[in-house]
Design a protein around this ligand. Structure first.
Ligand SMILES: *Cc1c(COP(=O)(O)O)cnc(C)c1O
Length: 321
């Protein structure tokens, strides 16, 4: 397999392991389950953004950038991993975070502070607007900023998941379905393109964790097509094998209900694996429900793609325990 010829810096701990989840499979009386451990990618606590940042940081360096700027929720894993990447490469970092600074500095937010990121609270302003303003200001102050969109979800970032699919296919574990959390869509778009390039023929079941425009089917298609262009993929994209599931949005992004809570406890107790409250807890809850309803068949081979986020557990202690 020829690696795609985009600039890339290497810091993620790859390949991440694929492990069987025998006790959980038996407990659910259902499909054979495996898990891909992208919670173990390194970069200050692991997660899917490390793969994207290998390409995004390389592009920033190619532009001669001296600073990374991005945005997210107060407990954003993407913001935390961007701050870590900036520290690692001697870049400044500014993070635009939604809302007001909370009373308690914990979870990912604590790590942002340790990693020496500048925090800009968006208050009641739209985060995207404050992100652009922060970038413009840094630019006019001569700080040479490089803007990374929310979630790192542009074609450059998504290239990380094109390569992740190559990695998974090389690990030689055949599955009928991959279940993954989706929010800003870059992970899923990269997987779509990677499936086409590297011959994954199963389903991609994406559990939406928030109502972002990025994971509307049309926007996902645009991002996947842009990614395919960037990496030089000419194979037909298997968009018909992508199922974007809206059934587990619950009361909204980052609001923990019993469903997430039970999934987090189940993974911890059956497998010793930590999920996160916002993304993988919700995706796992969706997967478990789909197994119990028979939508995911008992004879299937299923990979749960763990995308990280465990530092946020500590910020949600009261809702989870
Ligand atoms: C960002 C994130 C996701 C979603 O990935 P997108 O590429 O934004 O769709 C899933 N899980 C975790 C833990 C994340 O931090």
């Amino acid at each position: 397999m020829t690696p795609i010829s985009l600039p890339r810096v290497r810091f993620a701990h790859l390949p991440t392991p694929v492990e069987p989840m025998e006790r959980l499979s038996a407990r659910l009386g259902g499909p054979r389950l495996w898990i891909k451990r992208d919670d173990q990618t390194g970069l200050a606590g692991g997660g899917n953004k490390a793969r994207k940042l290998e390409f995004l940081v390389a592009e920033a360096q190619a532009h001669g950038a001296k600073m990374l700027i991005t945005a997210g929720a107060a407990q954003s894993n993407h913001a935390r991993q961007t701050a870590a990447a900036a520290a690692r490469f001697g870049l400044e970092c500014s993070l635009v975070l939604a809302g007001e600074s909370p009373q308690q500095i914990n979870g990912n937010l604590l790590l942002d502070v340790l990693l020496d990121a500048e925090l800009v609270w968006a208050g009641d302003q739209p985060v995207d607007q404050v992100l652009q303003e922060t970038f413009d200001q840094a630019w006019s102050n001569g700080r040479r900023p490089y803007l990374i969109p929310i979630g790192g979800s542009n074609p450059v970032g998504a290239a990380g998941y094109v390569e992740a699919m190559a990695e998974f296919m090389e690990q030689g574990i055949e599955v009928d379905r991959i279940v993954v959390a989706t929010s800003s869509g870059g992970t899923l778009a990269g997987m779509v393109v990677g499936s086409a390039m590297h011959g994954y023929g199963g389903a991609l079941s994406a559990i939406r964790v928030g109502k972002y425009e990025q994971t509307e089917p049309k926007t996902l298609q645009d991002l996947a097509e842009g990614t395919a262009d960037l990496v030089g993929c000419t194979a037909e994209l298997p968009l018909d094998r992508v199922e974007i599931n809206n059934d587990y949005l619950g009361p909204g992004y980052g609001v923990v209900t019993n469903l997430e809570r039970e999934a987090i406890h189940l993974f911890a107790q059956q497998e010793g694996i930590l999920l996160d409250p916002v993304y993988t807890g919700r995706a796992a809850a969706g997967m478990i429900d789909l197994i119990q309803k028979g939508t995911i068949g008992a004879d299937e081979r299923v990979l749960f793609w763990h995308t990280g986020g465990t530092p946020a557990l500590f910020a949600y202690a009261e809702q989870i325990r």
